[in-house]
Structures are given as C-alpha cells and as structure tokens.
Design a protein around this ligand. Sequence first.
Ligand code: C2E
Ligand code: CA
Ligand code: CA
Ligand code: CA
Length: 278
Amino acid sequence: AKKNISDNFEYFAPEIEEKTTWQLNMIRRLRNDFADRKLQLWFQPQVDLVTEQVVGVEGLLRWPDGDGGYISPAVFIPLAEYSGLIVDIGQWVLEESCRRIQQIKQNGYEELRVAVNISIPQFRDRCFVQKVKDALRNFDCQPSRLELEITESVVMDEPQIVIDALRTLKDHGVAIAIDDFGTGFSSMSYLQKLPLDRLKVDRSFVSDIKPGKSAVIVETIVTLGNKLGLSTIAEGVEKREQASYMIKLGCDEAQGYLFAKPMPFDELMVLLEEKGKT
Ligand code: C2E
Ligand code: CA
Ligand code: CA
Ligand code: CA
C-alpha cells in the first residue's frame, strides 16, 4: 500500500526533532568546554616502517566527557563544523601544535613533524594563511615541522581557494598531506594541482590486507604515491602482517595501534625518551 506523505512526516518528525535537540545540546556543551579550555590535543606517533623510529605525530582532539572518558572526534568534529565552532577550535589546535613543536625542539627532537587536521570552514576564513604563519612565528617554529592534513572533501569544497592557500603555505615551507586518500573518489584530477608532500592511505584499505589475499587498492595507491614522488603513510596499521605488506609495497611510514595509540603530550615525551633521541 502506498503511504501518504503526511504519515511519513508524522513518523519521522519526532526523531528529527530529538536529534536536533541532542545536537544543539552537544554544541552548547562543546562551546562551553572549549571556552573553559577543556579540550585536549593528543598525539599519535608516525613511524618509519623500516627503522620504526618515530618521525612524526598527528595531533588528534580529545573532549573529556566529565566521566573519565572521551567523546569521539568522529562525533563532535561534524558538530563543530556545522556550528562554525571549528574555526576557533581549529585555530587553537594550530597554536597548540606550534607550542608543542617548540617544546619538542627544546627536548632535542628537532626533526619530528606535527600534523594537524584542517576543516573546510578554516579555509573559508580569509585570514587562514596568515593565521598559520603567525602561529609558526609566535612559537618560533620551523615551518617544515608543521604538516597540514587535508581530506579530498576539503579540496572538493572550494578547489581554488584551497589550492591557492596550500600553495602559499607550501612556499612558506609548511608540509601538506592528503588524508584518508582513496575514500573520496575525486582527488585524481587534483593530485597534480595540489602541492603535496605525503599521501595517507586510508585505514579501510590497510585493514583489507589479510594473509593470502591480494590488496589491489592499497598496492595501487602506494604505487601512485611513489610515482608522483610523494612520501606515503599507511593509517590504522594494527597487525604485523599489514606492516610487512606495506613495506613490501614500498610504503614509507605507518601510523596505527601496532606502534602506538594517540596519547597526551607528556606520554609522547616519555615514549620518545625511551626510544632514544632521533
Ligand atoms: P583521521 O584524521 O583519519 O584520524 C585517524 C583516526 O584513526 C583517529 O581517530 C585515530 O585515533 C584512529 N586510529 C589510529 N590508528 C588506528 C588503528 O590502528 N586502528 C583504528 N581502529 N583506529 C586508529 P580519532 O582520534 O577518533 O579521530 C577521528 C577523526 O576526527 C580524525 O580522523 C579526524 O578526521 C577528526 N579529527 C580529530 N582531531 C581533529 C582536529 O584537530 N581537527 C579536525 N578538523 N578534525 C579532527
Ligand atoms: Ca588525519
Ligand atoms: Ca586519516
Ligand atoms: Ca581515516
């Protein structure tokens, strides 16, 4: 039987309303907690696949839930983007990263790079490029120690704005990585136009690597990266055989639970100390 539209509407309306209330509530809490400086920036090591030395870290936001746990950024980043809060939060992430780069240098790990995720609304801010340069200068950072991670969807949103901003920052010395590569289907035509240093192979392709099974996509992505002269890094490496397979394919670096989970900055310093100075 054919359902009429108003039936459907009545059926779905309460659900939509509930979700909106939940979302608005979360956004309000996020705004308050951010203002109260409760957000934290954790760091996940990125290792050279062959030497297993830590060569970089990715900064990842953590929002304490007040109960000893954390609300996943997969949940709150979309809300921060939707509400516009991401512009201020992202600015804090940039400054916090530069502050940490300075501390990392003071601790003797001059070569380590810090990667940060950048969202679409940050690029729409006309002052974005200047803000990045200011943060680097205020904390006396070598620009090449900072890497910006951009997903394909960020590029697709405003290709010219994003390409121009990235070119300026690249000229300044900042490194650029394309994140979650292969999940957007769209980046092929932009690969030549973007001033990229690194290609991050999405976790979904890495987890496809199973014993005895060929991993065509991951192989193709690494080959593509190598042929374009980019460094390649595999995300979400959890198993030894995934790391071995990535080495065999010629992938340079890896990030994943096999090596280390995201951790607070102080723990990162302890880990680096244990591993010996780079
Ligand atoms: P992403 O950029 O793809 O970050 C990698 C995610 O994979 C992180 O989740 C990390 O904890 C997780 N991960 C790393 N290794 C493994 C592994 O071996 N196995 C599994 N199962 N997962 C692994 P996280 O920290 O929950 O972040 C989720 C997403 O939130 C990030 O995905 C990123 O898109 C976004 N995000 C986090 N921090 C920021 C930020 O400061 N700014 C912006 N714009 N987005 C952020
Ligand atoms: Ca990322
Ligand atoms: Ca990623
Ligand atoms: Ca991913």
